[in-house]
Write a protein that binds this ligand. Structure first.
Ligand code: G4P
Length: 542
């Protein structure tokens, strides 16, 4: 009887995968992979800690070090600790209820948007974290645009409700006006910003009351009660919350799975990450409404079924995480099938085999060995020097996913080795940084191999490159910033004409694309006037 069951769920043409197929479908269905997007300082690291705390992955939020050493488990590199920002990404996997939650951590600093954008290609949903006092900020809006472009459903969390902030209804208006998404609050705060007592659950009408704990380092106890008890307890604050919730209902701001998944509405929650308020509710919403992995479209335009043989793509490369080992990790998101440690997979770009002897799960400094993983999971593959960001890995028949988006760089610098005798180390470092996507590497015959141009979305990418060239590749470098601000795509036949224009330079990127660099948009206009037929197109994200 089991066999007939399987054959209905899986095409009979692939009998060898049928038993796995059923398991894979079930495992994929309980995966929730998401990223948190926010403007720096909105509380992303704090929320990550709070989620981990709730998942009991770590017992105490990483606040024990105090202010100076604001260090969370996802902040580990020297530079990160020195500057108190997150530069690299890691993934936190934990189970909650019956679900497996994968939080793919994104770098917090505005300068690292290129990396953050790539992380968004590896998740099925995103949590937009908004500071209650600041509303939607620049970086939030940029990341929102990427999510919208990629069709990633968004859950909104209004954070820092324990502090005076904007009015809750005003915040809803702001979200709707600036993102075009209709906010559909699932919880509504009881008590105004700064006097946060708990939330009204708009689906059940019940009250969840929070209790403060010292420093928010333990899970905040919650009390659940019905409307009458809530009224007796909170008086006017409860009445106001109920009235506002009714106003929302009248304006059609109620959650709907379909409109959420198609990117028309965003469920909203209120919380205080630092006090662990509302974190439970977020986990419940992830389990109840966030999508599980769906078939990913391949380069030929066909969706690859989740239960098809193993496939994954590399969305992030990382080196030097462990200075003692100097290893190179490729973070891959599984799109279909089962991953089993030791499996030999193929890289679609090179056609070469890759043995996955050591696969790891990495979160901050903590690593654990992965034996089996399913669609939606993120695995860290070690010894991955031959892999590149965007690579597809597969088992059995060849499959390839479309390349990851690249973004138009706005900052440029020439890099030179301080010690020219270290030519080999220098070249190896440049190649590796390009492969990892730390910076884009541009070259031209005019500049030669010894002075490549680095291009970045944010200037801090240069600092990482410089730091790593010295510490990791043993080739200290100097960087000279160039005055270009705009890069436009051109073609080989226009290189000479464009190079002849004052203040303009054409370089070739590693993906083969020719980039014409301009100091400002006035120069773009004058060159367009002078060479009306020249190919000069914006570099759009794919
Ligand atoms: P980020 O990763 O998005 O950049 O933000 P992060 O978590 O580092 O939080 C930025 C600041 O906001 C931190 O304060 C943090 O404690 C605070 N914060 C985060 N969530 C909340 C919240 O719900 N309520 C309140 N009141 N504050 C919150 P800091 O002064 O930079 O550091 P620290 O003194 O807390 O260590």
């Amino acid at each position: 009887p089991q066999a007939t069951h399987e054959s209905t769920a899986v095409p009979a043409t692939e009998p060898s995968t049928s038993r796995d197929g059923v398991v894979v479908l079930a495992e994929a269905a309980r995966r929730r992979s998401f990223a948190v997007i926010s403007h720096p300082d909105a509380g992303k690291s704090t929320l990550t800690e709070a989620l981990a705390l709730h998942a009991k992955a770590i017992r105490e939020a990483g606040r024990a070090d105090g202010k100076a050493g604001k260090r969370t488990v996802s902040d580990w590199m020297d530079m990160e600790q020195a500057r108190g920002i997150s530069i690299t990404s890691a993934a936190l996997e934990f189970t909650y209820r019956d679900a497996v939650i994968n939080l793919v951590d994104t770098p917090g600093h505005a300068d690292f948007s290129e990396d953050t954008y790539r992380v968004l290609s590896a998740v099925d949903a995103a949590v937009m974290l908004v500071d209650a006092a600041k509303g939607l900020e620049v970086q939030t809006m940029k990341l929102f645009a990427v999510c919208k472009h990629r069709g990633i459903p968004l859950i909104t969390v209004i954070n820092k409700w324990d502090r005076p902030g904007k009015d809750a209804l005003e915040l809803m208006d702001e979200i709707q006006e600036r993102t075009g998404l209709i906010p559909t609050p699932l919880t509504w705060p009881v008590g105004i910003g700064g006097d946060f007592r708990g939330v009204l659950d708009r689906r059940t009408g019940e009250y969840t009351r929070f209790t403060r704990t010292a420093g928010g380092t333990t899970i905040a106890p919650e009390e659940h009660m019905g409307p009458d008890a809530a009224l007796a307890r909170e008086g006017d604050a409860w009445t106001t919350a109920v009235e506002e919730s009714e106003l929302l209902e009248a304006s059609g701001a109620d959650h709907d799975d379909e409109t959420f998944r198609s990117g028309l509405t965003t469920p909203v929650l209120f919380g205080s990450a630092v006090q662990n308020f509302g974190v439970h509710a977020l986990l419940d919403v992830l389990v109840d409404v966030a999508p599980s992995p769906t078939p990913r479209v391949t380069i030929t335009g066909e969706p690859r079924p989740v239960e098809a043989p193993f496939s994954a793509f590399v969305f992030k490369m990382q080196a030097g995480m462990d200075t003692a080992h100097r290893d190179r990790l490729a973070f891959a998101r599984i799109c279909s099938g089962v991953f089993e440690r030791g499996m030999v997979v193929t890289s679609a770009r090179t056609g070469r085999p890759f043995a996955t002897k050591y696969a790891q799960q990495v979160f901050g400094r903590e690593r654990s060995i992965v034996d089996v993983a399913y669609p939606g999971d993120v695995i860290g593959l070690v010894n991955a020097a031959n892999l590149r960001v965007g690579d597809t890995l597969y088992l059995d028949k060849r499959v390839e996913f479309p390349p990851l988006p690249t973004f138009a760089p706005e900052h440029f610098a020439v890099m030179r080795a301080k010690d020219v005798s270290k030519y080999k180390q220098f070249q190896r470092g440049v190649m590796q940084l390009g492969a990892e996507g730390v910076v884009q590497v541009l070259r031209s015959d005019l500049r030669g191999d010894q002075a490549p141009v680095l291009a970045a979305v944010g200037p801090m990418q240069f600092e990482v490159a410089e730091h790593r060239m010295g510490t990791e590749f043993n080739s200290p470098v100097s960087l000279d910033r160039l005055q270009y601000q705009i890069a436009l795509r051109t073609t080989a036949e226009w290189v000479a004409d464009l190079n002849a224009q004052l203040g303009v330079e054409v370089l070739q990127r590693e993906d083969g694309e020719y980039l014409a660099l301009f100091p400002d948009r006035w120069r773009v206009t004058s060159v367009r006037n002078r060479l009306p037929d020249a190919v000069l197109e914006p570099l759009v994200a794919t």
